[in-house]
Design a protein around this ligand. Structure first.
Ligand SMILES: Nc1ncnc2c1ncn2[C@@H]1O[C@H](COP(=O)(O)OP(=O)(O)OP(=O)(O)O)[C@@H](O)[C@H]1O
Ligand SMILES: [Mg+2]
Length: 456
């Protein structure tokens, strides 16, 4: 955990920093916003604690402009409720009252690190994957992790890092699909001041940020071929070139990569470099879809019901037997992510001593589709009929738009997952969504669905 404290170190911030150090964080200090930004550009960080008296809005805005995703928490005097509200409105994730309470600091550090720890499995098919992952974790080998969207590729990557010799060093993840093509190079390799319009200061890239640790290249199949060659050089020669930089920079990193496409197929199609594929694919961990991990479904459901009861301060309710049966036979096309969202809703909706089947609902509040009684032929025929009945008389563009927006709602705004279901690349999806937004059509934000009015 790399913590950056921004603000004049008064006695109370010194105490906070000591508490964090005792909890195993590595702490850096910056006097003001600009120094803080410089430190983040130069070294990266996992959490920023900033004095509430400073311009938090400017800090949060600058981080967002520069695509630095480190969360910011504010700290200030306990009794100053107005400052606390203002800090949250300015974009801070939390307000830590001073003098610092060791428990509070520990809880915040914990929350930031929390994602990395909960990795649950029980099914024999997962057992095999996890055993292989742990065997290779201590080596320096590149690992390619594949699996459908939502199967837990990132969770597994963090597990590999946690079991590796680099566990105490940074784990840095770059989502190659989420960053616009033009910016990905500087995101990965960094840039010098003035390298392009908007390069207001030198910024180190994710490779340098991960130095000594592990770099996860998430959704690597979305990287364009030109950048793939630069990546290959970085992996082979262990040096990178900052954009606009004069001299190569040495880096020491372990690389993990994920993809929800079949990379071997992409190589055949010519969209992924074969030499890079072999570089990354030293070990291949293939995550089975959740529907093939029956024992995991119930184990994960129990885990999520505990997690969300705790998070929401609700009593812990176990899943009733009928609810378990319902969950176990659902196809979970969105895998663990869909199960997690479903159980989260169920925890919020359930009443009584257990989570009953009536609380296990789709995002629209409907019962999960029961397996149809008729045979596969009738099912396919009636589905096709239902699907085309509403389509005649409409343009392909209209139908495509509805399909895309409905799918995005279904995935709670998750672009990656929606693109996967639609069978298009995330870039194509993003371009379409931009078109719709420009045309004034409402589009689900990540984590949400469109307002009901949009369906009219
Ligand atoms: N084995 C697991 N134990 C606990 N939580 C899990 C597990 N697998 C997945 N999750 C949870 O499910 C969600 C999706 O996991 P993750 O982001 O790792 O999937 P992914 O395969 O990377 O998905 P995508 O392809 O969409 O990026 C996360 O919220 C994660 O915490
Ligand atoms: Mg992922």
């Amino acid at each position: 955990m790399r913590l950056l404290i921004v603000g004049r170190l008064s006695g109370e911030l010194v105490t906070a920093s000591k508490i964090a150090l005792n909890r195993g964080a590595s702490v850096t200090h910056a006097d003001g916003i600009d120094q803080g930004l410089a430190a983040l550009r130069a070294k990266g960080g996992d959490l920023v604690m900033v004095d509430v008296g400073l311009d938090i809005r400017r800090l949060v805005q600058a981080l967002s402009d520069e695509r630095i995703r480190t969360p910011v928490v504010a700290c200030g005097i306990a009794s100053d409720a107005r400052a606390a509200v203002a800090a949250i409105q300015a974009g801070a994730k939390e307000y830590i009252p001073l003098p610092p309470d060791p428990e509070m600091i520990a809880a915040v550090l914990e929350a930031v690190a929390a994602d990395t720890r909960s990795f649950v499995w029980r099914d024999p098919s997962m057992e095999r994957v996890v055993r292989l992952a742990e065997q290779v974790a201590r080596s320096e080998a590149s690992v390619l992790i594949t699996g459908e969207s939502g199967t837990g590729k990132e969770v597994l990557a963090r597990h590999v890092h946690a079991k590796s010799n680099r566990a105490g060093r940074p784990f840095v993840s770059v989502n190659c699909a989420a960053i616009p093509e033009a910016l990905l190079e500087s995101e990965l390799f960094g840039h010098e001041k003035g390298a392009f319009t908007g390069a207001i200061a030198r910024r180190i890239g994710r490779f340098e940020e991960a130095n000594g640790g592990t770099l996860l290249l998430d959704e690597i199949s979305e990287m364009d071929v030109r950048l793939q060659s630069k990546l290959l050089r970085a992996l082979q020669e262990r040096v990178i070139d900052r954009v606009g930089g004069a001299a190569p920079v040495k880096v020491d990193i372990r690389v993990l990569a994920t993809s929800n496409r079949n990379l071997a197929e992409e190589v055949k199609k010519g969209t992924f470099r074969e030499d890079l594929f072999y570089r990354l694919n030293v070990v291949h961990l293939r995550l089975p879809p959740l529907r093939e991990r029956l024992a995991d479904i119930l184990e994960l459901a129990a885990h999520f019901s505990r997690k969300y009861a705790e998070l929401n301060g609700l009593p812990l309710r176990p899943l009733a037997r009928e609810a378990q049966a319902l969950v176990a036979r659902n196809p979970w096309r969105g895998n663990v992510r869909e199960l997690e969202n479903t159980i989260h809703r169920a925890v919020l909706l359930a009443q009584g001593p257990e989570i009953g089947p009536e609380a296990i609902l789709s995002p629209e509040g409907e019962a999960l589709a029961a397996p149809p009684a008729s045979g596969p032929v009738e099912r396919a025929a009636s589905a096709a009929e239902a699907a085309t009945r509403g389509l005649v008389g409409r343009t392909v563009a209209d139908v495509e738009r509805d399909l895309i927006l409905d799918t995005l709602d279904h995935c709670l705004g998750n672009r990656t997952h929606a693109a996967r279901i639609l069978g298009i690349s995330i870039r194509t999806l993003r371009n379409k969504l931009n078109e719709y937004v420009e045309a004034g059509v409402q589009v689900a934000e990540p984590g949400g669905v469109r307002a009901v009015a949009a369906y009219g």
